[in-house]
Design a protein around this ligand. Structure first.
Ligand code: ARG
Length: 458
């Protein structure tokens, strides 16, 4: 069945038909399409365009179509160009001519935009739950390993000692922002296009506010041309997905590096690793590599959609059919990536001994500079003096704490014998007790705030 045959004498080229068709991926919209049509039938009856009996026959027919989809029994015909065609075709087969009244005043332009928004509105709560699941895994892990100290890195060079939990919690807050962004973009997804017609609006008195209420939309599109044109909500969602996957990718990269023999800070549970077909000893962090690798694909989806949108004249153009595959793929990808990431974190083995062994004296150079500051030396100067001590120790092949007092005092007489008390990584960590710092008490408070956030999110 075609929804537009009348003005055509010729039939489409076979390859053109295949090229044009979207049922291969938009079949996923079936539930949204049917839900939208049921609401539309009710609105048509309210507008006096259907009798109550016609409305009921349409709705019962649509319910029957839905049951076929649910049971996996819906048969897609080669002539079903898209999900809208397929549902309407089947409805006609089931209930006869009255099916032809359903599309009164409606266009696939407002229909498809409505379906896609509804579909995404239904997916968002599940994503939110999975995001929370990962946040909970992070907080729990951080609580369990509060005593573990590790080198903190900048430029991937050892910088200052930090709590492992402090590092881990940094990802909680990234995900917190992802959560906020999701809540925010949801408002712009839940805006109803239906009733916009092809582009100019509805001529037969449809009540768009009624439609919005029926379908659970928060508001309605203000302009019928914008309604059928707008795919900002898809672009925003894809940006959200790309940034979230980027966060997962950075988490993965940290853990990939740390699970190497060179670091040995963590070990991935067998459940999230794979072996090599050739090298018997290998345990590869494939879960993490895929969490990292998928970020490229997600960014690709965003760029693909923005590129599609950028030169489009206003209102509907068939180019917009290209919005669906990136959206579906981003959803499918995240629905696996989020629980896998949570599982990795939950089961991760933390090797506190290897982390402790990587704590060298140079990590305490800042503490030594702070020591001089406390003795009245301006920080710029103390930075320079400690730098010289580090260089001197290196030249003598000594760890900093073994540099004799005489050597320190040759650099500055502000150094005294109590300077050696600085060489304590725990002490360094506990000194950083500012709000958001790495001291145990500060991290404990951070975790409490995170728990409060989770509580309020729930
Ligand atoms: N399959 C189309 C899409 O996904 C549905 C809308 C078609 N509208 C039209 N005027 N040809 O965008």
């Amino acid at each position: 069945m075609k929804l537009w045959g009348g003005r055509f004498e010729g039939t489409p080229d076979e390859l053109m038909e295949r090229f044009n068709t979207s049922i291969g991926f938009d079949w996923r919209l079936w539930a949204a399409d049917i839900e939208g049509s049921m609401a539309y039938a009710r609105a048509l009856e309210r507008a006096g365009l259907l009798t109550a009996d016609e409305r009921d026959r349409l709705i019962q027919g649509l319910e029957a179509v839905a049951r076929e989809f649910e049971a996996g029994e819906f048969e897609i015909k080669p002539s079903d160009e898209d999900i809208h065609t397929a549902v309407e075709r089947r409805l006609g087969e089931l209930i006869g001519e009255v099916a032809g009244k359903l599309h009164t005043g409606r266009s696939r332009n407002d229909q498809v935009a409505t379906d896609l928004r509804l579909y995404l509105m239904w997916e968002i709560p599940g994503l939110r739950q999975q995001l929370i699941g990962l946040q909970e895994a992070i907080v729990t892990k951080a609580e369990q390993h509060l005593e573990v100290i590790m080198p903190g890195y900048t430029h991937l060079q050892r910088a200052q000692p930090v709590l492992f939990s402090h590092w881990l919690m940094s990802y909680f807050w990234m995900l917190r922002r992802d959560r906020e962004r999701l809540d925010d973009l949801e408002k712009r997804v839940a805006v109803l296009p239906l009733g916009a017609g092809a582009l100019a609006g509805h001529a037969l008195g449809i009540d768009r506010h009624f439609l919005a209420d029926e379908l659970g939309f928060r508001t309605i599109c203000e302009n019928s041309m914008d309604a059928v044109s707008d795919r900002d909500f898809v672009a925003e969602f894809l940006f959200w997905a790309a940034l979230l996957q980027t966060h997962l990718s950075r988490l993965a990269e940290d853990l990939i590096l740390w699970s190497s023999a060179e670091f040995g800070f963590v070990e991935l549970d067998d459940a999230y690793a794979t072996g090599s077909s050739l090298m018997p000893q290998k345990k590869n962090p494939d879960s993490l590599e895929l969490l990292r690798g998928k970020a490229g694909r997600m960014v690709g989806h965003l760029v693909a959609l923005l590129t599609t949108l950028k030169g489009l004249p206003t209102t509907y153009n068939k180019d917009l059919q290209e919005d669906k595959e990136p959206l579906f793929d981003a959803l499918d990808t995240l629905k696996l990536a989020l629980p896998v990431a949570a599982g990795v974190v939950r089961t991760l083995k933390v090797n506190a001994g290897a982390m402790a062994a990587a704590l060298d004296d140079a990590l305490l150079a800042t503490d030594l500079a702070d020591y001089l500051v406390r003795r009245g030396v301006p920080f710029r100067q103390s930075h320079e003096l400690v730098g010289r001590a580090v260089r001197r120790a290196e030249a003598l092949g000594l760890p900093l704490r073994e540099l004799p007092l005489a050597e320190f005092q040759a650099i500055s007489d502000a150094f005294e014998s109590d300077l050696y008390a600085v060489f304590d990584h725990r002490h360094s960590v506990e000194a950083r007790d500012s709000y958001g710092g790495t001291a145990t008490a500060a991290v404990r408070q951070q975790i409490e705030r995170a728990r409060a956030v989770l509580h309020e999110q729930a």
